[in-house]
Design a protein around this ligand. Structure first.
Ligand SMILES: Nc1nc2c(ncn2[C@@H]2O[C@H](COP(=O)(O)OP(=O)(O)OP(=O)(O)O)[C@@H](O)[C@H]2O)c(=O)[nH]1
Ligand SMILES: [Mg+2]
Length: 364
């Protein structure tokens, strides 16, 4: 009898041990799977951290450092020429002022601004009794910044909380309109704005796909129709969508156009009518994109476009590829249109708000 119970007890013990073992095994297996999953997650996180680090390095490079890096060609030319004339024992006389004028003009600063900058410099050197050439650099910077700010223009975009802003982006072919829209959308998204894009360049083959890839990269929705359709109809739809989904900013890409091409300018007029009729309460910006590498040509483009439409601001692109950065002076001071952003490269993070102080500092 006892034997029977003893055997039963032993069997139960065996069974318990077996269950225990099985549980340990199952737990081990679970742990192993969990560990594997955790390890995979860690790997992905590490990978992301590595990727983020390189993005962050770019982002954290700092506002001034980024502008300074982007303007290296302008600085190389401008600053090295200045250093050549402002040597330790230089005499501050008319020859020096003449040489300075030449340098400013060769940097695309323009005749009018150059003469005024040099006149102000002469005046201040006399008034402050400056004798040492090393004191001229900071003074010249100060005068150049004051020149850029002379007209007291508002360099920020007309964007207000809880209100829709419609930004129409225009310019001649290939200046960087679509690329700038991608960068701007990304920039505004990062500031917490809800942005939507309108693919109103229905003219050029692949223009819609190009904007679409920027929309994806900047995490922004895009409204588009078929190639060849009416750009105003795209903008109409985009405005409806922006209004009903409470977007903060609608940015409209348009086909490259010359001011003297009648049909394209009529099309622009129709686009403007669509915006003012269907987004009449919205804040509006018409941004002209100018390619800095074209130097003086950019000035004539602004002149021509100003005659046919109301330009509220400029974005100067490709400053990274040119020594003609000084062209900002005639654009903003003489033609009195504020530069709102500058393009300093092809990547999504290469668009910076324009600010006269950091710009002039980066020229030296
Ligand atoms: N280096 C540099 N390249 C730029 C910059 N902005 C634009 N680009 C380049 O300029 C070229 C033209 O850019 P797009 O954005 O297609 O110009 P677009 O004005 O939309 O051209 P269309 O639609 O054909 O009129 C592309 O190769 C861009 O990468 C910039 O700030 N720096
Ligand atoms: Mg384009």
């Amino acid at each position: 009898m006892f034997d029977f119970f003893r055997k039963k007890k032993a069997d139960e013990c065996k069974e318990e041990k077996y269950i225990e073992k099985e549980n340990v095994y199952k737990n081990d297996k679970l742990n192993e799977e969990e560990n594997k999953e955790k390890l995979e997650k860690d790997l992905i996180l590490n990978q992301k951290n590595i990727e983020n680090t390189s993005d962050d390095v770019e982002e954290n490079l700092g506002f001034f450092a980024k502008i300074s890096k982007g303007l290296s060609k302008t600085r190389e030319q401008f600053s090295s020429q200045l250093k050549n004339i402002f040597t330790a024992n230089v005499k501050i006389d008319d020859d020096l002022y003449e040489e300075l004028e030449e340098i400013l003009i060769s940097s695309d600063i323009g005749m009018k601004s150059t003469i005024e900058i040099v006149d102000n410099l002469k005046f201040e050197i006399k008034a402050r009794s400056i004798k040492e050439p090393e004191k001229i650099f900071p003074l010249l910077k100060e005068i150049m910044i004051a020149k850029l700010d002379e007209k007291n223009l508002d360099n920020s975009l007309n964007i207000k909380d809880n209100e829709l802003t419609v930004i129409l982006v225009i310019g001649v072919n290939g200046v960087g309109k679509t690329t700038t829209i991608g960068k701007l959308a990304n920039n505004l998204e990062k500031q917490g704005k809800k942005v939507i894009l309108a693919a109103a360049d229905t003219f050029r083959a692949a223009a819609i796909e190009q904007l679409d890839s920027w929309a994806k990269e900047s995490n922004t929705p895009m409204i588009s129709h078929k190639e060849g359709s009416d750009p105003s109809a795209v903008i109409f739809d985009a405005i409806q969508s922006a209004k009903s989904n409470k977007y903060d900013v609608l940015i409209c890409d348009t086909a490259g156009r010359l001011h003297n091409k009648k049909n394209l300018m009529n099309e622009l007029e129709k686009i403007n009518r669509t915006i003012s009729t269907h987004a009449n309460k919205a804040n509006k910006e018409t941004l002209l994109i100018l390619d800095a590498t074209t130097g003086q040509n950019a000035i004539s483009q602004l002149r021509e476009f100003k005659n046919v439409c109301d330009i509220t601001g400029l974005i100067l692109t490709k400053l990274d590829g040119t020594a003609k950065g000084g062209v900002i002076f005639p654009l903003q001071v003489e033609l009195e249109v504020p530069v709102k952003y500058i393009g300093l490269g092809e990547g999504i993070n290469n668009l910076e708000k324009f600010d006269s102080k950091s710009f002039v500092e980066s020229m030296f």
